[in-house]
Design a protein around this ligand. Structure first.
Ligand SMILES: Cc1ncc(COP(=O)(O)O)c(C=O)c1O
Length: 385
């Protein structure tokens, strides 16, 4: 009954920007979700790579409830402790430079685009084909996908998209390039790992031409790949990176983080955000980072990721599997969106498709070995072929 009411409200009140699956979730714990009728689901999507610390982790719940009863918002015109601590923690745990806090992945990339323009006024951008950097106009300009871009033309000029090839990248970066923006593993693009030689070529080209190398770690960050940040498993260090999704445990938190050696910063009057670094969202992010930074959890992400990948590779209908840690993509011979619906309805398993034949698995990082076994068993009963 309740789901029918929500479908009605969706039709009468919401712009139809999302295609929802027919389920209403009302509770979550760890890697489990429950719907309005009490049915239990195993979650291998984590709110699209967001609930890294698991649903309603007690540390996050305590931090948020403590903070919300003391102070919710005063703005960036004043000092509050959680936001400052969050900037410090993000910087120390990654590139060591200055941080701009915001509320989402797209916003973090907007800040990165402005940083690059501060770095080289009027400069252009190089991005990879298949990239996804967000839906706002700047981030969309960096997302070279015709069906997403074309209805909203004209976009920001100056964005060149190249294939993930060292020679193509080297040729595309010039003295007029302000930044190269790369997801070290393309998430929405189907979990495509950008090869090391492409990242090295990008680093060298940026150094040669005085451009910034910026990693978009919105999806790969916060422990997702088995290190706190994905760049830590690559042979290069970027000049800046953008993060969001998993750092906030479901609260809207994003950030642009620069490297200690980065000479460029956004300065007073350049940029801002009313909500950014607010005490409640920052408290959530601090608690969430506390959970996903532990060595034990990161080691478990690597181990269980390998187990899930190996198990997937053995299922009939699975053509190829790729990924790092608990960010996994699988190409199947069957119809991926149909499998997603069957998984939900028949097996109470929450998964996701990034394309007609690609399934994506980004479970909460706190998922247990038993739950991975259980997920593989449920997947084996689905029409993957
Ligand atoms: C790599 C990457 N960058 C940016 C974004 C945009 O993040 P948000 O939806 O928080 O704006 C996403 C979202 O999927 C993403 O995967």
């Amino acid at each position: 009954m309740s789901l029918e009411r929500l479908k009605g409200l969706e039709q009468s009140a919401l712009m139809p920007t999302y295609k929802r699956l027919p389920v209403e979730f009302v509770r979550g714990e760890g890697a489990l979700l429950w719907d309005d009728e009490g049915r239990e689901y195993l979650d291998l999507l984590a709110g699209i790579a967001v609930d890294n610390a698991g649903h309603c982790h007690p540390d996050v719940v305590t931090a948020v409830t403590d903070q919300v009863s003391k102070l919710i918002h005063v703005s960036n015109l004043f000092y509050t402790e959680p936001g400052m601590d969050l900037a410090d923690r993000l910087s120390r745990s990654s590139l060591g430079g200055l941080v701009f806090l915001c509320n989402s992945g797209a916003e973090a990339n907007e800040a990165a685009i402005k940083l690059a323009r501060r770095h080289k006024p009027g400069g252009g951008f190089v991005v990879l084909q298949g990239a996804f950097h967000g839906r706002t106009m700047g981030a969309l300009s960096a997302t070279p996908q015709a069906e997403k871009q074309d209805p909203f033309a004209p976009l920001l000029p100056g964005f060149a998209a190249v294939c993930a090839d060292p020679a193509a990248l080297t040729a595309a970066v010039t003295d007029q390039t302000a930044a190269v923006l790369i997801e070290p593993i393309q998430g929405e693009g189907g979990v495509q790992i950008v090869p090391d030689d492409v990242l090295i070529a990008a680093r060298e080209a940026c150094d040669r031409h005085g451009a910034l190398l910026i990693f978009d770690e919105v999806q790969t960050g916060a422990g997702r790949t088995g290190t706190l940040w994905a760049y830590q498993q690559t042979p290069v260090v970027p000049d800046a990176m953008t993060v969001a999704k998993g750092i906030g445990a479901g609260f809207p938190v994003g950030a642009l983080i620069t490297a200690a050696g980065c000479s460029t910063s956004l300065v007073a009057g350049d940029h801002g955000s009313t909500f950014a670094g607010g005490p409640v969202t920052a408290a959530a992010a601090l608690a969430s980072l506390g959970v996903v930074s532990t060595e034990n959890l990161l080691a478990q992400v690597v181990r269980l990721g390998a187990k899930l990948m190996a198990g997937l590779a053995e299922l009939p209908g699975v053509e190829s599997v790729r990924g790092r840690g608990l960010m996994i993509g699988a190409d199947i011979t069957g119809d991926a969106p149909a499998v997603v619906l069957a998984a939900l309805q028949q097996e109470a398993l929450v998964i996701n498709a990034t394309g007609p034949s690609t399934l994506r698995f980004v479970p909460p990082l706190v998922i247990t070995e038993q739950e991975i076994d259980d997920a593989l068993e449920r997947l084996s009963r689905l029409p993957l072929a």
